[in-house]
Ligand binder design. Structure first.
Ligand SMILES: O=C(O)[C@H](O)CO
Length: 345
């Protein structure tokens, strides 16, 4: 079901189309990606928008170039560069799935006078759930336990597959934005002690509501936490913010969870820390590159859980992302104020 807001946009937009008798062209990477969560939604969208895939565009740039008014980015594709922007003189808006903007050159987009919107709210709950899922799975060694329980050799079956108790342990959240805060709410229910490090301190009432303590110094959080969870945007300031020195500050019994971006961590230093017992374990939804080459040492470590960048991969989130993207796009093309517009100034 489309939200009421979406329906309102669709109605307004439909009237516009009726006046112009033309469907706006939207550039997408390909229809193989999950632009929509089901066929009905795709069919519905196709009635309102004229999707042009990257392949079609590249095969006939002179035909499609002057027609495309919007670009949908899903999973970082299509890549937005100067050449592409130069070939789309009527482009009005780029709508990006997800919250992270690290794959986009915001100054470049602004210099072409193009608007940008993303879907920061749609991914909050699903990504927070993912953080907790990796934390719990690492603490209780769920993947190894599954191997033991399903192994053809029942001799390895053991009820002494020991893990770490989550209740009462200390969680250090690096990045206390919307997702970080939702994680803190979940962690509170697990009676965890919550520390956080963020560029800006949260309001005291917000801290009190989840029982979170602000660590102005990252080192303090690293030294005290049993679980260090990364969910901060990737910027030049946060690039490889967790390196050899920071891993060395963590407890040897600590686990690193990364649901932000792979490049927040120096991956070589992480491999070494996991191999030599500097830290106990890691749960990683993000790496660099994605996917990792099959020979990468992280794939061979028993104390690592890897998932394929699926923080927002729930039916509910993906559908909401799609709806939010459509709303922003239709608003931009109708000259209305754009929900979730990214400030490019
Ligand atoms: O940026 C985000 O929100 C995710 O990484 C994409 O799903």
């Amino acid at each position: 079901m489309a939200s009421l807001r979406t329906l309102k946009f669709l109605r307004q937009f439909h009237q516009k189309i009726m006046q112009n008798q033309k469907l706006p062209c939207v550039l997408i990477n390909s229809f193989e990606e999950p632009y929509c969560v089901n066929e009905d939604h795709v069919a519905d969208l196709k009635k309102r928008l004229n999707f042009v895939t990257m392949q079609e565009f590249l095969e006939n740039k002179t035909h499609f170039g002057p027609k495309i008014q919007a670009i949908y980015i899903w999973g970082g594709k299509p890549v937005i560069d100067k050449e592409l922007l130069q070939s789309l003189p009527t482009l009005k808006i780029i709508v990006n799935s997800g919250a992270g903007l690290d794959h986009l050159d915001l100054n470049l987009i602004a210099s072409f006078g193009v608007k940008l919107a993303n879907t920061p709210h749609a991914v909050t709950n699903s990504t927070a759930d993912m953080g907790m899922a990796l934390l719990l799975a690492s603490a209780r060694r769920i993947l190894e336990g599954n191997e033991v329980a399903t192994s053809p050799d029942t001799k390895s079956f053991s009820i002494n597959w020991m893990g770490q108790e989550v209740t009462g342990s200390t969680l250090g959240i690096i990045g206390m934005g919307k997702i970080g805060y939702k994680i803190a709410q979940r962690a509170k229910a697990f009676e965890m002690k919550i520390l956080y490090h963020n560029r800006n301190r949260r309001k005291v009432e917000e801290e009190q509501a989840v029982g979170a303590y602000y660590c102005a110094k990252l080192d303090e959080l690293l030294q005290q936490s049993d679980f260090v969870l990364l969910i901060t945007p990737l910027t030049p300031q946060t690039y490889k913010m967790i390196g050899k020195r920071e891993l060395g500050l963590m407890k040897p019994t600590a686990t690193l969870i990364n649901i932000g971006r792979g490049q927040l961590v120096d991956q070589d230093a992480l491999v070494e820390a996991l191999q030599t017992g500097i830290i106990k374990a890691a749960g990683l939804d993000v790496t660099y590159p994605e996917p990792l080459p099959r020979s990468h040492p992280l794939l061979k470590l028993k104390n690592v859980i890897l998932t394929p960048h699926i923080g927002s991969a729930t039916h509910q989130s993906r559908r909401l992302m799609m709806e939010n993207m459509v709303e922003s796009l239709l608003a931009a093309l109708s000259g209305l104020s754009i929900p979730n517009e990214v400030n490019l100034k």
